[in-house]
Design a binder for this molecule. Structure first.
Ligand code: HEC
Ligand code: HEC
Length: 258
């Protein structure tokens, strides 16, 4: 075997090793994964509301921003928002032409479409981490807070259908596309995006590939001076949102930005 062959084999083994390492890191967040659920066509409103409440209060991750305290990062949707009542009361009046159910579904899967006044666009689209049945259960729960639950089994698509709807960019391994899909909500890159975390244009000058990987998988472990106040905003589940190949492509690319 020539030394070139051996080098190629060594690179392949190192790459597999790196992916295995990353794959082994990922299960750390597994305990947060929302339970997979399926509903029959005849699911009752009560059943939907119960599951939705569990997701909202727990594995859905909503309370990270929608706590009821005044300093919360997102609006209070459970008890009262500026004297207008809980979300089930005001959902139908939020956007002309959208009824309560339509508004809530859009608010969950395309948060950028109708941003609530005075709030930054930091809410992650929930269809990155939740299935369609889970999202519809949350919609039912939110409707139940002061309003009538109109979600039925007919709203909930089959898993197969739901997959067709997901953004093809989510499967991409092109680092720039991954930044556009996942990072611009909170980081500026090439003049686009929102300036909450440190801009990514020259991040490679500040952070090694190892630090970048850690910053993406476990954000609180890598914090730049001056950003202490916003720790906790970056999603903790990129280990699940990105597969190992996407993660490594992103890390390799960002480490060259300087
Ligand atoms: C990273 C923070 C964050 C997380 C996590 C988050 N949200 Fe939000 N959410 C916001 C912010 C900020 C707003 C207001 C700006 C906007 O409309 O995008 C908002 C707006 C909303 C609205 C519209 C409220 C209105 O008054 O019209 C709903 C409904 C909502 N979120 C539900 C949820 C649910 C359900 C979850 C969990 C599955 C969730 N959010 C997770 C930050 C977050
Ligand atoms: C919802 C907001 C949000 C999203 C989405 C987000 N980040 Fe962050 N990120 C932050 C905040 C806030 C900080 C600063 C606090 C911290 O380090 O945890 C940060 C910190 C970082 C750091 C560490 C910077 C340093 O030098 O200290 C890196 C690297 C990073 N983010 C990369 C990314 C990448 C890559 C993506 C997309 C895959 C991404 N972030 C998506 C909010 C976000």
């Amino acid at each position: 075997m020539s030394s070139v062959d051996l080098k190629i084999i060594a690179v392949v083994l190192a790459t597999i090793g790196a992916f295995t390492l990353v794959a082994n890191v990922i299960p750390q967040v597994e305990s947060d994964v929302p339970p997979d659920i399926a509903f029959g066509a005849d699911v009752s409103p009560e059943e939907l509301v119960e599951v939705g409440e569990q997701l909202y209060q727990g594995a859905g991750g909503c309370l990270a921003c929608h706590a009821e305290s005044p300093g919360a990062r997102g609006p209070n949707i459970i008890t009262d928002y500026r004297g207008q009542g809980p979300i089930g009361v005001r959902c139908a009046d939020r956007v002309p032409g959208l009824d309560c159910k339509e508004y809530l579904y859009q608010a969950l899967v395309r948060p950028g479409d109708h941003v609530v006044d005075d709030y930054p666009l930091i809410m992650p689209p929930t269809d990155r981490t939740l299935t369609q049945p889970q999202i519809w259960a949350i919609v039912a729960y939110l409707q139940s807070l002061g309003g009538e639950v109109t979600v039925t089994g007919a709203d909930i698509p089959d898993e197969d259908e739901a997959e067709v709807e997901t953004d093809p960019a989510l499967a991409s391994t092109d680092p720039v596309e991954l930044i556009q899909v996942h990072c611009l909500r909170c980081h500026v890159y090439e003049g686009e995006g929102i300036d909450i975390g440190r801009p990514l244009d020259d991040i490679g000058a500040h952070r090694s590939a190892d630090e970048l990987r850690r910053a993406i998988l476990d954000p609180p472990s890598v914090v730049a001076e001056g950003y202490e106040d916003v720790v906790g905003l970056m999603p903790l589940d990129f280990g699940r949102q990105l597969n190992a190949e996407q993660l490594e492509a992103l890390v390799a690319y960002l480490s060259t930005r300087r």
